[in-house]
Structure formats: C-alpha cells, structure tokens
Design a protein around this ligand. Structure first.
Ligand code: NI
Length: 211
C-alpha cells in the first residue's frame, strides 16, 4: 500500500503537470502568437480571418463580403456548450448593449457573429432558437463540416470532439477567443470569454477610434 504521503505527492505532481500542459496548450493556441504588431503574416496576407460561405439562422447564405463595412465581433463555439460559450456570447451581448448606451454610433458599426464548430448538431433551426437568447443582431452561422473546418482554420480556431464512453452526448474542446475584425475584414484584436463586458466594450471603442 502506498502511504498517504506518497499518494498526495503523486497527486500534486499530476496537478502541476496538467497545469503546465494546459498553459502550454493555451499558449500555443493563442492566435496572437507569432504575429507582428500590424496583424500581418510574413506573406503580407492577414494572419487571422478569411473568406467563408455559410448559412445563417434564417437559412440565408452568408459570406464574408456580406459584412463589408462593418466591424465584426466574432466567436467560434457550439450551442450545446455547457459553460464557456454562453458566457462569451452573453459578455459580447452585454458589451454591445453598453456601447449602445455610451456610444451608439460605434455600436451600430459592430455586427456580432457566432460561428458554430459543431455543424452536426447546430442546424439552422437549432441556431435560430439559440441566437434569440443573445444580442438581437447576432448572426449565427453553420455549414457543412468542410465549410466550418475551413472557416475555423482561417481564424486559427482549434476544435475537437470529445466523446465520453457511456455518455449519449459529446462535448467539443475549442479555443475561446473573441475576435474583432475591421470593416475591411482584417483582424484588429481579440479578447476571450473571460473578458468582462466593460473590457470588451473598451476594446471595441479603442479599435474603432484607432481605425
Ligand atoms: Ni464552448
């Protein structure tokens, strides 16, 4: 029998190792990594973002060009997400509500967009019901698994299905960045689901003032 001390020590080692792995994981997955301050890759192409063809919650085909001239506040997630995605979308909604009060001109220039990374379950009908819980102008997008994968790749968003044996449902592992893209579709900056509405609103105001 290992002693309690041995057991506790092993547990401590495991926790530290996990923490380190998580830190490395998020570090590696930070979309800001390896990017110059201008948001340009070595090729001169925007490092984050790209064209897409998807369908919104009303069944309309939407492409990147539909949002030309608008700032876009973008989040990738899935409607069955138990915690992180609803927090992110709620914070985005609150941030835009705050901006509508403090600076309606800026708020009117920002379109919030939710891209699903779970097209299998996030159908048009399902997205329609989900989107109603958040900002009235929220655009929720889905597509074929290939279209979704291509879009996520362009935004450097990681996602992965996590199947739990015995559970009827599955979860999705995914990065949780809130991107702000400019009216020309270029990446400007990003936050995360952990940013409070105030911080997101300030991030948007600053970016709009600076552009
Ligand atoms: Ni999520």
């Amino acid at each position: 029998m290992p002693s309690l001390k041995t057991y506790l020590f092993a547990l401590l080692v495991a926790v530290v190792a996990l923490g380190y792995a998580a830190w490395r994981f998020y570090d590696v997955n930070d979309p800001g990594t390896g990017q110059s301050a201008s948001g340009q890759g070595a090729s001169g192409q925007a490092a984050i973002g790209g064209p897409f063809t998807l369908v919104d919650q009303h069944g309309q085909t939407r492409t990147r060009d539909d949002f030309a001239g608008q700032y876009r506040l973008i989040y990738f997630g899935y409607t069955y997400c138990p915690d992180v995605c609803p927090v992110a979308l709620w914070n985005m909604t609150q941030a835009l509500d705050e901006l509508e009060q403090s600076d309606p001109e800026v708020a009117a220039q920002v379109t919030p967009i939710f891209f699903t990374i779970d097209p299998e379950r996030d159908t048009v009908e399902h997205l329609a019901g989900y989107a109603e819980s958040f900002h009235p102008r929220l655009v929720a997008l889905t597509g074929t698994p290939e279209q979704v994968a291509e879009t996520a790749k362009a935004y450097r968003v990681f996602y992965r299905k996590v199947e739990d044996e015995g559970a009827s449902d599955y979860l999705m592992d995914h990065s949780s960045f809130i991107f702000l893209m400019g009216p020309d579709g270029r990446y400007l900056t990003h936050g995360t689901h952990q940013d409070a509405p105030d911080a997101l609103a300030a991030m948007i105001s600053q970016a709009v003032a600076g552009g």
